[in-house]
Design a protein around this ligand. Structure first.
Ligand code: NAD
Length: 736
């Protein structure tokens, strides 16, 4: 058989060809045009070779495959845009043909006449699982690393290579919908229980078991190609389906508020596809897929949640030429709420940590927090007992600053108080080695100001974590005026080591994420003052696609934090910097002890578990209430998203955020900004800057000057520009 670039083929004495997918120079297999071409040729070759009785398909990497190469889809978008400008109808036809490529190839495999078995040795996602589904047999390893998923919905699309048709013909429709509309991962055992894989075996039995299926006479015919096939549960026209289908769109709407066309398309594909023969069903899927690929949601989500996130994670903003830091020791000073969890994530990355606090007892308390987090992870099966023990052995609690004398990086997370930070900075400086980097986790104090506490401001930087540190994927890296390249590179190396996604922003009050978050909360204060019922504010936020309502979020970050921020702003910038109605509301909450979740009461009341939190009824008495039917929910949704997006635009205008990818990714990972929009700036670009400006003007006329479009937006609207066009991150790199 010919040589292939991405596959190895070995045929054994029983005539079973073992096709091993192992792309050179890549840590993970992905489906590219070249891989599809080769696979096509392999199908032809194995069919033509009379010596081959069947094929076992597996991967030579530790994972099976991550699925389609989404950068291929990105270039498809670019091509589409160019072709649409020339001839829209033909562009769509071409897209339709392109989307059918993978699906057609898998159908060819399925009907090739020889049995194929997929041997799933590790993570198997998206298009790769769809490939496995087209094989006649599927065996998965029982290793912990095996995760099976069709996660396309998370980037705005759906399984468009037969997934929406094969899954509900193997599993019951409810499980199939659940799996595909949430994109959640299955273990091998769960996949087997659902009927998606035939066997789950120990890793070293994987290939023998797959071969055995062929030796045992596996039929090279998919169940749906057999006469009389019926989908599990009997298909659409059954009493059980009559229960499921009327409810399914309502459940989806409850979960997604109708914001995700990709998710709705899954329902349509399954419902319509199950009523027709398989090949027609694939055509239905192909049509919906072509449609979904043309949505703004798919474009923006793929760009932000896949491509940009990956680029930022791989150090898109890292200065070239600075050698990579391999961390031998990281010091954390302040072993409190944040410091302890920063210590935990650092040790989880295999880096030794010194955890310093005012005295040994306080430092030990920090370590005990790490112990709690570790035992939680062990209990949930996320790490083994031994891994947990190793993690904890890397954390040394102490009150002795001398332990920092060989640290590569120190992160300060003491009280948010300038004097305390100054005193601590002096102690750190006294012992910190020459080339080491000093970072602060401050959330409100400008980095340039804090840098004055050190003798080496070029080596001082902000590394701003979000709570809960072990769950939040984002880290904001803040450059002070004098921060140098080495500090930036080290900070980014550190963020990469702890496997979080960084955004790099210039210094400003609130940096990027908190500036946006407090606009969101501020708009909710406005609404409360106007007498909008609190439940409508919270629900409108969720309908707009936000994961947490603004009042709930304020309770989480603490209402007294808002109060402190207002006080600091008034002290530094004058009384006009804070809306007096906001100050009055927050002061009242604080005076009543309604400080948020930590106090058991805030905008919500927090009764003992298992009771759920409830909006505080007293909110109704604070302001004369509008009648719910007189409040326009659409406008509430717009106000909440627009105020955040406008703030993001201001940060770009002020030179705080310099790369649109960072604004978008930061907004989704930092505070869950309606992911279907692709993030704050994609939200603006998606509707068009001119439309956004009109919307801002309309809102400003009714709800206040804070909605007025900024000069940058007016200029961009006049010129017909987009953020990704005017601040093109790739042009910058090419020019450099
Ligand atoms: P915290 O009060 O829980 O912890 C502060 C710790 O610093 C305490 O353990 C305290 O004993 C220790 N400390 C105080 N003075 C010290 C000194 N002189 N020497 C050594 N240790 C000292 O506070 P936190 O919420 O963990 O916040 C710490 C920092 O992180 C602040 O700058 C805050 O702005 C920032 N931050 C907090 C959050 C959050 O959600 N809480 C989020 C991002 C950033």
């Amino acid at each position: 058989m010919t040589d292939y670039k991405n596959f190895k083929i070995e045929t054994d004495a029983d005539g079973i060809a073992l096709v091993t997918w192992d792309m050179p120079g890549k840590s993970m297999n992905v489906l590219t045009a070249e891989v599809m071409d080769e696979l096509d040729a392999i199908i032809d070759a194995t069919v033509a070779d009379a010596a081959v009785k069947g094929v076992v398909f597996t991967s030579g990497k530790s994972s099976f495959s991550g699925g389609a190469d989404l950068s291929m889809i990105k270039s498809m978008f670019t091509l589409q845009a160019e072709e649409k400008a020339k001839d829209p109808a033909q562009a769509v036809e071409k897209l339709f043909a392109l989307t059918g490529r993978m699906s057609g190839l898998y159908r060819k495999l399925e009907t090739c006449g020889k049995p194929w078995v997929s041997a799933i040795n590790g993570t198997c996602m998206g298009g790769a699982f769809e490939l496995s589904l087209a094989c006649h047999g599927r065996v998965a390893s029982n290793a912990k690393s095996v995760k099976i998923a069709l996660p396309e919905v998370k980037v705005g699309i759906f399984p468009g290579a037969g997934g929406t048709q094969r899954v509900p013909r193997l599993a019951n429709a409810q499980d199939a919908l659940q799996m595909m509309t949430t994109g959640s991962s299955l273990t091998g055992a769960r996949a087997k229980a659902m009927g998606l894989v035939h066997q789950v075996v120990a890793p070293d039995e994987l290939i023998p078991a797959a071969k055995q299926m062929i030796k045992d006479g596996l039929k090279p015919i998919a169940p749906w190609d057999e006469k009389g096939f019926k989908a599990p549960g009997g298909g659409i026209w059954t009493p059980a389906s009559a229960q499921l289908w009327p409810a399914a769109p309502a459940i989806l709407r409850r979960e997604t508020a109708g914001n995700y066309p990709g998710a709705l398309a899954i329902l349509k594909c399954v419902y319509e596809g199950l009523q027709v023969p398989f090949d027609t069903a694939l055509k239905i899927e192909q049509r919906y897929f072509t449609h979904i690929l043309q949505t703004t949601e798919a474009f923006s989500m793929i760009r932000s949640l896949f491509i940009s996130m990956q680029e930022l994670g791989k150090g898109a903003r890292r200065p070239a030429g600075v050698p990579k830091t391999e961390f031998k020791k990281v010091g954390i000073v302040g072993a409190g709420f944040m410091g302890a969890s920063i210590g935990y994530v650092t040790a989880a990355a295999g880096i030794p940590v010194v955890l310093i606090d005012r005295d040994q007892e306080a430092a030990d308390k920090g370590k005990s927090v790490c112990e709690g987090l570790t035992s939680g992870s062990v209990a949930k099966g996320r790490m083994s007992k031994e891994e947990g023990e190793r993690l904890l052995s890397l954390i040394t609690p102490t009150a002795d600053y001398a332990a920092l004398s060989d640290a590569d990086l120190v992160i300060e997370a003491v009280f948010e108080d300038r004097d305390v930070k100054k005193a601590v900075a002096e102690k750190i400086e006294a012992v910190l080695p020459e080339g080491a980097i000093f970072a602060s986790n401050t959330s409100t104090l400008p980095i340039t100001g804090l840098a004055k506490n050190t003798k080496r401001p070029a080596q001082f930087i902000g590394i701003h974590f979000f709570s809960p540190v072990e769950k939040m994927m984002l880290t904001e890296v803040i450059l002070g005026k004098e921060t140098g390249d080495k500090a930036l590179a080290t900070a980014l190396d550190y963020v990469a080591a702890i496997r979080k996604t960084p955004i790099v922003v210039n210094d400003t009050r609130g940096f990027y994420v908190n500036r946006c978050v407090f606009r969101y909360i501020g708009e909710a204060y406005d609404m409360l003052v106007e007498g909008v019922p609190a439940a409508m504010i919270e629900n409108a936020a969720k309908m707009a696609g936000m994961p947490v309502g603004p009042l709930s979020l304020n309770d989480e970050v603490a209402v007294d934090l808002s109060y402190k921020i207002f006080k600091a702003a008034i002290a530094d910038l004058g009384p006009q910097s804070v809306d007096p109605r906001h100050m009055e509301l927050v002061t009242k909450m604080v005076e009543d002890g309604r400080l948020g979740r930590k106090a058991g009461k805030g905008f919500y009341d927090y009764p003992p578990k298992p009771q759920k939190k409830k909006l505080w009824p007293g909110l109704k008495a604070l302001y004369p209430q509008q009648k719910p039917e007189e409040v326009d929910v659409k406008v509430l949704k717009e106000r909440l998203l627009v105020t955040i997006a406008l703030e993001a635009a201001r940060t770009v205008e002020e030179g705080i955020v310099t790369d649109p990818r960072e604004a978008d990714v930061g907004s989704i990972l930092g505070f869950g900004f309606a992911p279907y929009t692709g993030g704050t700036l994609s939200y603006i670009d998606g509707m068009g800057v001119a439309t956004f400006v009109d919307l801002c003007e309309k809102l400003a006329a009714k709800y206040g000057d804070h909605f007025k479009p900024t000069p940058l937006l007016l200029d961009m609207a006049a010129k017909g520009e987009t953020f990704y066009g005017r601040f093109d991150p790739y042009a910058k790199r090419e020019a450099a």
